[in-house]
Design a protein around this ligand. Structure first.
Ligand code: T4K
Length: 409
């Protein structure tokens, strides 16, 4: 076992960087992908709603017990075509500040101003009561994000939207194969969109899909996705190009048979991290929803005061071990340069739960390159114990050199 830490002179734990977003591609997935991609080349049919894209839509809809899954080039475009189909092109949408900036950007590209809401400190999802307080005469929609596969309180949000006559849709980019109770995204009476980005639990390289039980909405989404063609040769709608290619669909289809074992592997890593780290003082684990299902793609914890070293100190220590931890979604959309000024004008810059959570959050890698995943998770957990053992030296190291080292996000 490693005696010390890289910042105190030992070798780094990993020879190559271990990323939080490292794509998961099993050898069998790769083989299946080559075969499926070849089938597309054999047909010489590469995009425009081909047979692989259609099959992927059917499989994704079935898994999520939804009538339709509308495959798109990525989740950002999926959100934009969804906003268009729902007639949302002005006014305001209540969005969690704790989301990837894409959720806010897609609103603004569509003419809808995102108004950032605070979160529940446990789940990290939008707080329905805080959202309600921010409703104005301009508010048209509520767009929660299911952070780390824990679904937002969709029942409370659906009730709020019914009461205040607002449209509900959700960012389910993290929530492929996840549930709240027994309900999957798309199962709460509102359309939701998934991301199939390469960093996600389920990927089509780039891609996404809208889940809906509304047949008419699905027809409209498919037309908007394809330049607005709702009759052969005639664009009756303002559409765009948001189509997913056959090669992207091939990668998605190739990944599907791997998911059961993938989820088991990720859960094992999650369990190791949780078992080893939760007894340590000052570390609080972001809990999965015990009453729901999670895909375990993310493992996140909060480095709190009792740990004795600040989150960014821990982050730099781990980076020097080639563990490329992230701070999803620091600093929060409300503090991103593009939104900050507008947010200040609205006197909406203080979102205490969001600021507190994002000041302490750390996401650890759950997929590992060429090494035993279980051993790796255990070794990472051991590093946290070493940090506690060497706290004084580490503080000295931080003040002397650590705080000056470059540290990209
Ligand atoms: N809503 C939410 C809640 C989202 O999380 C996202 C996307 C969206 C909406 C929009 O979905 P899409 O339109 O993308 O479908 C990444 C992804 O680019 C982004 O898709 C994702 N969320 C976000 C959470 O993560 P970064 O800036 O963290 O990615 P990046 O490129 O730094 O990747 C993370 C690390 O993973 C890298 O440091 C290296 C490693 N990596 C990455 C890729 C792509 C690899 O080792 N290999 C790779 O191929 O945004």
């Amino acid at each position: 076992m490693k005696q010390s830490l890289a910042v105190l002179g030992a070798n780094a734990l990993f020879a190559v960087p271990q990323h939080v977003g490292g794509p998961i591609v099993e050898p069998e997935t790769r083989k299946r992908f080559h075969k499926l991609a070849d089938s597309a080349f054999d047909r010489n049919y590469l995009t425009n709603n081909g047979p692989l894209a259609t099959r992927l839509e059917e499989e994704v809809a079935r898994r999520h017990r939804c009538r339709d899954a509308v495959f798109a080039a990525n989740a950002t475009l999926a959100q934009m075509i969804l906003l268009k189909a729902l007639g949302l092109d002005s006014g305001e949408a209540l969005v969690s500040a704790n989301t990837f900036v894409a959720t806010a950007h897609a609103c603004l590209w569509s003419g809808v101003t995102p108004v950032f809401c605070d979160i529940d400190p446990e789940t990290l999802n939008i707080d329905p009561r805080d959202a309600e307080r921010r409703i104005t005469s301009k508010t048209k929609a509520v767009i929660p994000t299911h952070v780390f596969g824990v679904l937002a309180d969709m029942d409370a949000l659906a009730a709020l939207c019914r009461r205040r006559n607002l449209t509900l849709l959700a960012d389910a980019a993290h929530a492929f194969d996840c549930t709240r109770g027994s309900a999957f995204p798309g199962g709460f009476g509102a359309p939701e969109f998934l991301s199939f980005h390469a960093t996600k639990y389920f990927s089509s390289l780039e891609g996404g899909a809208i889940l809906t039980n509304d047949a008419a909405l699905a027809v409209e989404l498919r037309a908007i996705r394809n330049f607005g063609f709702n009759r052969p040769g005639d664009a009756g709608l303002l559409g765009m190009n948001a189509k997913g290619s056959e090669i992207a669909a091939a990668f998605g289809l190739a990944s599907l048979p791997a998911l059961e074992a993938r989820r088991r592997r990720l859960k094992r890593i999650h369990d190791i991290y949780a078992k080893e780290l939760s007894p340590l003082p000052g570390l609080r684990i972001h809990a999965v929803d015990a009453a729901g299902r999670n895909n375990y793609r993310y493992f996140s914890l909060f480095v709190e005061e009792d740990f004795g070293l600040e989150r960014d100190v821990v982050r730099q220590i781990l980076r020097q071990e080639n563990i490329m931890v992230r701070r999803y979604f620091y600093p929060g959309c409300h503090r991103m340069t593009f939104y900050r000024e507008e947010n200040k004008k609205r006197k909406n810059e203080k979102l205490p739960n969001t600021d507190k959570a994002l000041g302490t959050i750390l996401s650890l890698p759950t997929s590992f390159v060429e090494i035993d995943a279980g051993k790796s998770a255990k070794a990472i957990a051991t590093l946290f114990k070493k940090m506690l053992d060497h706290k004084t030296e580490l503080k000295t190291w931080w003040n002397r050199e650590g705080k000056n080292l470059p540290l990209a996000e």
